[in-house]
Design a protein around this ligand. Sequence first.
Ligand code: GH3
Ligand code: MG
Ligand code: MG
Ligand code: MG
Length: 307
Amino acid sequence: YIPKDSPTCITSIIPILQRLERNHDHTALVVDDSITARKYIRSLLERQYLTVLEANNGEQALEMVNRHKSISLVITDYSMPERDGVSLIKELRKRFRPGQLAIIGLSASEEPALTAKFLKAGANDFLKKPFNQEEFYCRLHSTLNILDSERNLYLLANRDYLTQAWNRRYFFNHQLVKKNTGPRCLALLDVDNFKRLNDNYGHHIGDMVLIELANTLSTYFPDALVARFGGEEFCILYGNSPEIFVQRLSRLVKEIAESELTILGNTIKYTISLGVTHAESDIHSLIRRADNCLYKAKEEGRNCLIV
Ligand code: GH3
Ligand code: MG
Ligand code: MG
Ligand code: MG
């Protein structure tokens, strides 16, 4: 189904359909002090299946962006009371890269070099009011295509391909890792006798066990940073009380040992070992200490946790 007034200048239907499907993932914030303008832009965006929110001025827009994490596109007017569009964009760009939040400027102002002013402030694109509807849709689509590509690129660079867990790159770039101060707990997790599991059931089943384990870890620790460090080894960094962390990890060791996975007709049982540490020290000494504990856990017969 193609909306009647979808851009006729794009001749191929397939890209439009694919674009429309992906638009469901985007929430747009329309910022304008004119209700008429807001309603008109809302109707254009809703016809392209975007979810739309509205703000009256730049100040309100900042508040909305803080409150609604789903906002991925801001379409903003220039002249508004309290905070104008250019100032709003400058403020937003302190916190969001163009690949995180797309911004399109719109203005009827005759101010010379306004397009440059918007682009310099960090807008992805700019349109002069009154605009041609087809041009609006063309610019909207190309902005959203770039945003989607940037998001995909980010995930490709930061997630582990097999398990979709965060990878080492993401881990070492994370704020909680970089800050290097304050108490933190770190656990290194290693699957026991994983080589044997691969030998017994095949590498493919081994892969599926890793995927299952990564899913279990992310549901167990939604409040922690979980990353695949490599092979069958995961790292969990937690910013709260070590007592609670160790309790939850102990429960995890027990639960994994007691559970049975059914993968492609095979009943799989496996265990994990953990080395855990908590301190107010830099990440590398935390990892070193956790690794020593993990080594001891293996020495003590595996399927256990050493702090
Ligand atoms: P231990 O209890 O001492 O940890 O024994 P282990 O067999 O788990 O340890 P080892 O380091 O000898 O073997 C790890 C194995 O993990 C070897 C490697 O083939 C396997 N492995 C690493 N990455 C992957 C992967 O992505 N998929 C699968 N299926 N296996 C992997
Ligand atoms: Mg205005
Ligand atoms: Mg290992
Ligand atoms: Mg192992």
